[in-house]
Design a protein around this ligand. Structure first.
Ligand SMILES: [Zn+2]
Length: 275
């Protein structure tokens, strides 16, 4: 499932193809992909919009659009299996391409989503969709990061997965960050020392930055880049998907357990429940 580094990669991959292009129409083959407005209104309103910028907020792509004097925002969330492709409009569409936006250069932006969980929005104000999210982990200062924990209680991993606490982390990067920070996923957040929180902050920053630099993590067919290449961070994983392999720090086999209904990977020696 794409997380912050994968979505950032998709945004960077799409920019050179799309910024400055005008959308001339849309084919919507699975209406439920369009969360708001209705598929029919979406197709009508997006026609004639020029893409002026593409940005990211947490795991959302945000296409900034202009139509005459009006500004609109097209947001997309890839969820489990969503992905974008740019194809010539003459290239055959496969059955998983549920939304195709026609471009003024005879290409199409195609949203391919076998599991159909991906969602799109066309709104006047992006905060309608992303307004309740927590801060961006790569933009937050150490001070603000510490402040996040002041009123928070609960187990560490579920808290880090909560998008209103910190936005953009999912299963892969939480497991990786906790391994680097040497913290157990079930540690109570209120029990973390200042030093441990600082370690966690540095781990999250480092893991996300390095993952973005190599195009994210492709474990399976769930995520590939716009041009079909793989995300190379899979070679740098230390905990996630590493069950039974020796911990790179101490040699103890990595174990897998279930936390918050998610498969969770950790080193039982480096990441103790208590210090
Ligand atoms: Zn270890």
């Amino acid at each position: 499932m794409p997380e912050l580094p994968e979505v950032e990669t998709v945004v960077r991959d799409l920019r050179p193809y799309l910024v400055g292009r005008t959308i001339t129409g849309a084919t919507i083959r699975w209406q439920r992909t369009i969360a708001t407005p209705s598929a029919r209104v979406f197709a009508r309103q997006i026609r004639g919009c020029k893409i002026t910028a593409i940005t990211r907020r947490a795991k959302y792509l945000i296409f900034h659009l202009r139509a005459g004097q009006q500004t609109k925002f097209f947001l997309a969330h890839l969820r489990m299996t969503g992905g974008f492709r740019i194809d010539p409009h003459t290239a055959p569409r496969d059955k998983h391409m549920h939304v195709c936006l026609w471009l003024d250069n005879s290409a199409e932006l195609r949203f391919r989503d076998p599991r159909k969980f991906g969602r799109m929005w066309l709104v006047d104000d992006p905060t309608q969709v992303v307004g309740k999210l927590g801060p961006e982990p790569l933009e937050i200062s150490t001070r603000t990061f510490h402040a996040l924990f002041e009123k928070r209680r609960g187990n560490l991993k579920p808290v880090l997965l909560d998008q209103t606490f910190l936005a953009g982390l999912g299963n892969i990067y939480v497991d990786e960050s906790l391994w680097y920070a040497r913290l157990h996923p079930l540690r109570r957040v209120e029990s973390l020392t200042r030093e441990e929180r600082a370690r966690l902050y540095r781990a999250i920053q480092s893991v996300l930055t390095r993952a973005i630099a190599v195009g994210g993590t492709s474990i399976d067919v769930m995520y590939t880049r716009v041009n079909g290449k793989s995300g190379e961070f899979v070679k740098s994983l230390r905990a996630f998907d590493q069950e039974d392999r020796p911990c790179r720090r101490c040699g103890t086999p990595i174990i897998k357990m279930v936390v918050a209904q998610r498969g969770t990977h950790l080193c039982p020696r480096c990441q103790r429940t208590l210090k």
